[in-house]
Design a protein around this ligand. Structure first.
Ligand code: GN1
Ligand code: MG
Length: 375
């Protein structure tokens, strides 16, 4: 998609003294374009992560980059204070030659350059339950590390990102417009969402009346947003900070379950393979509570099972909306991709509904065993 010359020209604008050798696209998300770039430093290879920010989605890259800057320097201080290694445990952006945090190319595309955490990798699916426990610990720790972050300095880069009721409303508007003419092909999915519309405003409603506190949240806690150490297989760093915003802690919990505790991939075509792995659910609850538990309120913990269902429903509705809009938001690999993704999400919601009492029990037991508290 880009030539070596184009990448060289982009990199030229960043303040780097070393010689660029090659680049490789990384397939790691539905929104931005990401490349691993390799340099030669005294005969050794060094890497950076070059990313094109999708400005259709992130309409104010300056505000986004300011958020990322605040959060990463706050994390950096915390990591140093606790004796950690800030080069590996948090991302940071390499400045451009003009001092800015990002570069706008002649075509108007926006680029940034991150440190590359060497000797790390991420999981797209769970290899062993322990992996998911550790991912829970990592996102719980991220939550705890940012618990005293000055939240007023963070802008809402995508307003109402996890406002599920607004997402439902957007779906209804898309169905009415029916821009692609596809609404008819998604009648059962539309009905599935409609039947659950009364649940879409529970979490935001609780926030509005003060039952759930507003916190700094990651908002995209997919398993592959945790980097693990190649040698120790333990989490090192939480990545993909574009959606770090004020939000609810349960958004982060719920979204992680949606992605990681699904027995199938997010875009599995055979929905009979989709279900909630209840053991993985428990692993994540325990990992998350082991690090974040003390900083959460009992009401937040009580809402964890519901949030898993609501985040899954919301994501399904977003895929469905994009399908009806004609695939204008998420990257897709084929025509029905968004509808397939929607179906897996809704199948997972249906399975969570069956297992909901079990999810509640597991959460209450873990909270009592780990934090000595009841919900
Ligand atoms: C998008 O690009 P990626 O994979 O990090 C999306 C998330 C969705 C996710 C679904 C900014 O994240 O909200 O949960 O796809 N990010 C944005 O896989 O919309
Ligand atoms: Mg993301």
């Amino acid at each position: 998609m880009y030539t070596q010359k184009e990448i060289t020209d982009i990199l030229f604008n960043f303040s780097i003294a070393v010689k660029f050798i090659s680049y490789a696209p990384l397939d790691d998300g539905h929104i931005n374009d990401t490349f691993k770039v390799t340099y030669n430093v005294g005969g050794k290879e060094l890497h950076h992560l070059l990313q094109r920010i999708n400005t259709d989605v992130f309409k104010q890259p300056d505000v986004l980059m300011a958020n990322v800057g605040y959060v990463t320097s706050f994390l950096r201080d915390k990591i140093i204070a606790s004796g950690g290694n800030p080069e590996r445990e948090t991302l940071y952006c390499k400045p451009c030659k003009d001092g800015k945090k990002y570069y706008i190319d002649p075509k108007g595309k926006v680029w940034r350059l991150y440190n590359f955490v060497e000797d790390s990798f991420s999981y797209n699916s769970i290899e062993s339950p322990e992996v998911f426990y550790r991912a829970g610990q990592a996102f719980g720790q991220f939550q705890r590390q940012l618990s005293d972050f000055p939240i007023e300095s963070l802008a809402e880069t995508i307003p109402d990102f996890h406002n599920t009721a607004k997402r439902y409303h957007n779906l209804v508007v898309s169905i009415e417009k029916n821009a692609s003419g596809r609404a008819v092909c998604a009648a059962p999915e539309i009905e599935f969402a409609r039947q659950r519309r009364n649940e879409t405003y529970i979490l935001t409603g609780k926030a509005e009346i003060g039952d759930l506190p507003i916190r700094v949240t990651h908002n995209d806690t997919k398993l592959n947003n945790v980097l693990f150490d190649k040698k120790t297989n333990t989490p090192i760093c939480v990545v993909d900070l574009d959606t770090v915003m004020p939000g609810l802690s349960v958004y982060d919990f719920g979204d992680a379950i949606r992605y990681g505790a699904n027995t199938a991939a997010e875009d599995e075509k055979d929905i009979s393979k989709v279900s909630l792995d209840i053991n993985l659910y428990e692993q994540y609850v325990r990992g998350f509570l082991s690090t974040a538990g003390e900083s959460l309120t009992a009401e937040e913990v009580a809402c964890m099972p519901l949030s898993a269902k609501i985040m899954t429903l919301e994501c399904g509705m977003r895929f469905l909306t994009d399908y009806i809009d004609g695939d204008v938001y998420f990257k897709t690999a084929y025509k029905e991709h968004n509808l397939v993704r929607c179906r897996t999400q809704f199948a997972l919601v249906a399975d969570m509904e069956k297992k909901f009492d079990e999810m509640l029990e597991i959460t209450a037991r873990a909270y009592s065993e780990i934090c000595g508290k009841t919900i």
